[in-house]
Design a protein around this ligand. Structure first.
Ligand code: PAN
Ligand code: ZN
Length: 183
C-alpha cells in the first residue's frame, strides 16, 4: 500500500516511489521557440513525476500509478508542458485526473490530428489507445494530476522528439490557443 496526499497531489515518499525531474535543459527541441529556450536557465524545473510501479515494467495485466506536477511558466509564448509520448504498445490507454491548477491535455492521433481537453481540479480524462499525450500548464500555479496506465504500455518518446505534435498550445493575448505548426 502507498499513500496519496490528495491536498497536495503527491504520493508520500517511500522506497517504492520513483521520482524524476525534467528540467528545461533536458527538453531540448520540445518547445517551438528554440532561441527563447536557449535564453532560459537550463536547470529550471519544468515538471516532476512520481511513479508507483508495483510490478516489473513490461508485465502484462498490471497497472502503474503516478503523479505529475507541471510548473507554471512559458518558453516564448508556449506554456510549460510535459515531453509527451505515444505508448510503445500503441493500443494501451490511460487515465489522467486533475488535482490542482489549470491547463490542457494535448492529444494527437497517428494521422497527427491534434486537439485539447481543458484540465481543472476534478477533471478526469480518458486517453484512448494510439493517442499521443502531453499536458500544458496554462495557469499561474503548479498543475497537478494523477495518472494510471498499464504496466506494459511503455513510452515512445522518440516519435515526439523527431516530429513533435502537429500543434502548439500558445498564450495568445492571455488565452491558450492551439496553433498549428504546419499546414
Ligand atoms: C504520465 C507521464 C508524465 C510525464 O505518467 O509519463 O506525466 O510525461 P512524459 O512521460 O511525457 O515526460 C504518463 O502518461 N504515463 O504513461
Ligand atoms: Zn502515457
Amino acid at each position: 500500500m502507498q499513500r496519496m496526499n490528495w491536498a497536495h497531489g503527491v504520493l508520500e515518499p517511500a522506497p517504492e516511489i520513483r521520482e524524476t525531474i525534467k528540467t528545461l535543459g533536458q527538453l531540448e527541441g520540445i518547445f517551438q521557440d528554440a532561441s527563447a529556450w536557449r535564453a532560459m536557465d537550463p536547470g529550471r524545473v519544468v515538471y516532476r513525476v512520481q511513479a508507483w510501479c508495483p510490478v516489473v515494467e513490461g508485465t502484462e495485466g498490471g497497472l502503474f500509478w503516478g503523479t505529475t506536477l507541471v510548473e507554471s511558466g512559458q518558453v516564448g509564448s508556449e506554456y510549460f508542458m510535459t515531453h509527451g509520448h505515444f505508448h510503445a504498445k500503441r493500443n494501451r490507454s490511460e487515465y489522467y485526473a486533475t488535482i490542482e491548477g489549470e491547463g490542457a491535455l494535448i492529444l494527437m492521433d497517428e494521422s497527427r490530428k491534434t486537439w485539447t481537453e481543458p484540465m481543472s481540479p476534478g477533471s478526469v480524462h480518458f486517453i484512448p489507445p494510439r493517442i499521443a499525450h502531453r499536458v500544458a500548464n496554462c495557469g499561474s500555479v503548479p498543475l497537478r494530476f494523477v495518472a494510471c496506465w498499464p504496466s506494459d504500455a511503455g513510452h515512445d518518446y522518440e516519435a515526439i522528439r523527431k516530429s513533435g505534435f502537429e500543434a502548439q498550445l500558445l498564450n495568445v493575448n492571455g488565452e491558450p490557443k492551439l496553433v498549428r505548426s504546419r499546414t
